[in-house]
Design a protein around this ligand. Structure first.
Ligand code: NAP
Ligand code: GCO
Length: 264
């Protein structure tokens, strides 16, 4: 059976000082990969390095904003010189702005698109030439429920994540012949700092209405954890998925399959 081992592989996980990126990087490391990651400032990178050290992972961290093409090209060159050619790229870095669309400025919309969609384009473009030379590569884009569904206040994020789904399919189409597989992971609602505002207890100690809403919309009747994404990430990063290409693997506890629990 094709191996799930990542021994000898070099992985770059963007925006992986904590949250989903950290969890995915930790899982790739556990399967044998050498871990590199970036974040937008030295403080975040240092916090990430401390967390990886604490987890017994010898990760290398770099300051780099995924929207800065020159900076990304320099990052990839530095990683190739210091660690090796990047075999596995996880485009994880991302932001969200929850603002009603008619109140969102064009600048705010552009910022989300820039980080969540242009960023994965820029970083993928930077790593593909070496993957072609090497004759293999894995690109994993972190998509979202919003790659398939909309909701109030997240217009920019949904547009970016919908675009990221199609960028995933296009990279798969354009580079499959070079033995590069590009797939997405579409997490459901995961308990991280990004969703913390949606889970905050109310003043009276009752659950946040959105928290109750997500529990009702999820057959698993719980928020996902970052660990729920570890196995799917190792699968898509490993030889076990060499004939999986252009697929968005939704890790959502069944949200996309479910109309939602009727109110009692
Ligand atoms: P998070 O806790 O907000 O972490 C995002 C990470 O990306 C942070 O380390 C952040 O660094 C970094 N980042 C932001 N902008 C960056 C930039 N321009 N360049 C480099 N790094 C940047 O988010 P998360 O919940 O772990 O989510 C990670 C990914 O999963 C995102 O793409 C998100 O859209 C996606 N996702 C999340 C969920 C969920 O429910 N949490 C579900 C589906 C998809 P700083 O902290 O220094 O800004
Ligand atoms: C939101 C949430 C979601 C999650 C995730 C769901 O405000 O709706 O932040 O967008 O982050 O993307 O898959």
């Amino acid at each position: 059976m094709a191996s799930f081992s990542l021994k000898g592989k070099v992985a770059l996980v963007t925006g992986a000082s904590y949250g989903i990126g950290f969890s995915i990087a930790s899982a790739l490391s556990e399967s044998g990969a050498k871990i590199t990651f970036n974040d937008i400032n030295q403080d975040a990178v240092n916090k990430g390095l401390a967390a990886y050290k604490e987890a017994g992972i010898d990760a290398k961290g770099y300051v780099c904003d995924v929207t800065d093409e020159a900076g990304v090209n320099e990052l990839v060159k530095k990683i190739e010189a210091e660690v090796g050619v990047i075999d596995i790229l996880v485009n994880n870095a991302g932001i969200i702005k929850r603002i009603p669309m008619h109140e969102m400025s064009a600048a705010e919309f552009r910022q989300v698109i820039d980080i969540d969609l242009n960023g994965p384009f820029i970083v993928s473009k930077a790593v593909i030439p070496s993957m072609i030379k090497k004759g293999a590569g894995k690109i994993i884009n972190i998509c979202s429920m919003m790659s398939e569904l909309g909701r109030e206040t997240v217009s920019a994020y949904a547009a970016a994540k919908g675009g990221l789904k199609m960028l995933t399919k296009n990279i798969a189409s354009e580079y499959g012949e070079f033995n590069i597989q590009c797939n997405g992971i579409g997490p459901g609602y995961i308990a991280t700092p990004q969703t913390a505002p949606l889970r905050e207890k109310q003043a009276d100690g009752s659950p946040h209405p959105f928290d109750s809403f997500i529990i009702a919309k999820t057959p698993a009747a719980r928020w996902g954890t970052t660990e729920d994404l570890a196995g799917p990430a190792v699968f898509l990063a490993s030889p076990a998925s060499d004939f999986v290409n252009g697929h968005i693997l939704y890790v959502d506890g069944g949200i996309l399959a479910y109309i939602g629990k009727q109110p009692k």
